[in-house]
Design a protein around this ligand. Structure first.
Ligand SMILES: Cc1ncc(COP(=O)(O)O)c(C=O)c1O
Length: 399
């Protein structure tokens, strides 16, 4: 019999995930015995952050009590209630539906799938988290990036958004606080996005997975809280705020008008039922996380602020590098004066062992060059990494 290749679907061709792609090279470099300094992983548990005990205990307990069957497709009642109460504290009180998913990732994928037909588009913050563009490829959508304005502290560029809306635009994604920039969206910009969404009948996908990781005592303004009529789905979960990304627990909160959103919400629920349910025992941790002791948050934010300050003092001051000060989440997105950020990051890794993700992996204005770091590592690792980056950059520029 002649051998014939099994070929993958065309829609997988454009799926890239730069955050994990750099790991392949890192593994090769590690084999050479070089010490690696990981500034690339958005996973607090890889560093010195630990899931709060009460959050872990409730999953243990649920497992021991044999709550190991399937859960309801939208999530267990107690979790949905806890999410509702938490949303109300954020000022979101016009809720149409809440569902628990396998990480916010699954909620995002289901909501995009239930909304968009092939050939349509959603407005994607650029730079932004690459999951959205991966799903975009899977659904045969047309990319429609809008730019975040670095000269204005990485705020969404409203004029650019306006110019990108067309008759096939169905939604706008807002990542707030943002991955990869750490920027927090100003209230007046949120209001302008709401106006555009109402005018063009767009759904706002408000990715607020980092909403409790805010620096300098600031609180996030949830976009859904600013207008009762706007169609919005707010995403969050346990991965970041509650330091439990491996639980794979997230959720979506639909808000707006029932008369506008009703059919769409039913389509989301069809997809939720088709995939049965999210992890069951871990859903009990939603209840303990949202209703229980929140003291870890003050401590985590303090540590992140200290690490952010070190980043501003040691990385942002390297000649050729400039950096907008992050206000939340755990990332920074410096711009760098080189021709090709992917090449810079590869060479940096090979020569110094410092692992960062090239800006091109998150989308950026043509001609601009950046890299993303996570500010999660302990101070001494950050200090060492920034020293290496500074020394390496001088050599790289003189090549
Ligand atoms: C902006 C953003 N949204 C969603 C996710 C995925 O979160 P989850 O672990 O809940 O799937 C991440 C993870 O890094 C993220 O940065």
């Amino acid at each position: 019999m002649t051998e014939r290749k099994i070929l993958p679907a065309n829609k997988t061709k454009n799926v890239t995930y730069a955050i994990r792609d750099i790991v392949v090279l890192a593994e090769q470099v590690a084999k050479s015995g070089k010490e690696l300094l990981y500034l690339n992983i958005g996973d607090p548990n890889v560093y010195d952050f630990i899931t709060p005990k009460h959050v872990v205990d409730s999953t243990y307990k649920a497992m021991a009590e044999n709550r190991n069957g399937y859960a309801p497709s939208s999530g267990i009642k107690a979790a949905v209630k806890a999410i509702e109460t938490d949303a109300a504290q954020k000022g979101i009180d016009n809720i149409l539906d809440i569902f628990v998913t396998t990480g916010a990732s699954e909620a995002i994928e289901i909501c995009l799938t239930a909304l968009l037909n092939p050939g349509e588009n959603f407005l994607m913050p650029t730079p932004g988290y690459p999951l959205y563009t991966a799903v975009q490829s899977k659904l045969d959508l047309v990319p429609n990036p809008y730019y975040m304005d670095e000269s204005k502290g990485w705020q969404p560029d409203i004029e650019d958004i306006k110019s990108k809306i067309n008759d096939k635009t169905r939604a706008i994604v807002l990542i707030n606080p943002n991955n990869p920039t750490g920027a927090v969206c100003k209230k007046e910009i949120l209001e302008q996005i709401i106006d555009l969404a109402l005018e063009h009948n767009l759904v706002i996908f408000a990715d607020e997975i980092y909403d409790k990781l805010m620096f300098d005592g600031k609180k996030l303004v949830s976009i859904a809280s600013l207008n009762k009529d706007v169609s919005c789905i707010t995403f969050s979960g346990l991965s970041k705020n509650y330091l439990a990304p491996g639980f794979r627990i997230g959720w979506g909160i639909v808000s707006g008008r029932q008369s506008v959103m009703g059919e769409y919400v039913e389509a989301i629920n069809k997809l939720l039922r088709a995939r049965v349910s999210a992890n069951h025992p871990e859903q009990y941790s939603i209840v303990s996380a949202l209703n229980g002791d929140q003291s870890h948050l003050a401590e985590v934010n303090l540590r992140l602020e200290r690490r952010r300050d070190i980043t501003m003092n040691l990385l942002a001051t390297i000649p050729g590098i400039s950096l907008v000060q992050p206000e939340g989440a755990f990332y920074a997105f410096p711009s760098i004066d080189v021709d090709d950020d992917a090449n810079f990051c590869r060479e940096l890794l090979k020569e110094t062992g410092v692992v960062v993700v090239p800006g091109s992996g998150f989308g950026q204005k043509p001609g601009s060059q950046h890299f993303r770091i996570v500010i999660l590592p302990p101070e001494e690792i950050l200090e060492k990494a920034f020293r290496y980056i500074g020394e390496f950059y001088q050599k790289y520029k003189n090549r």
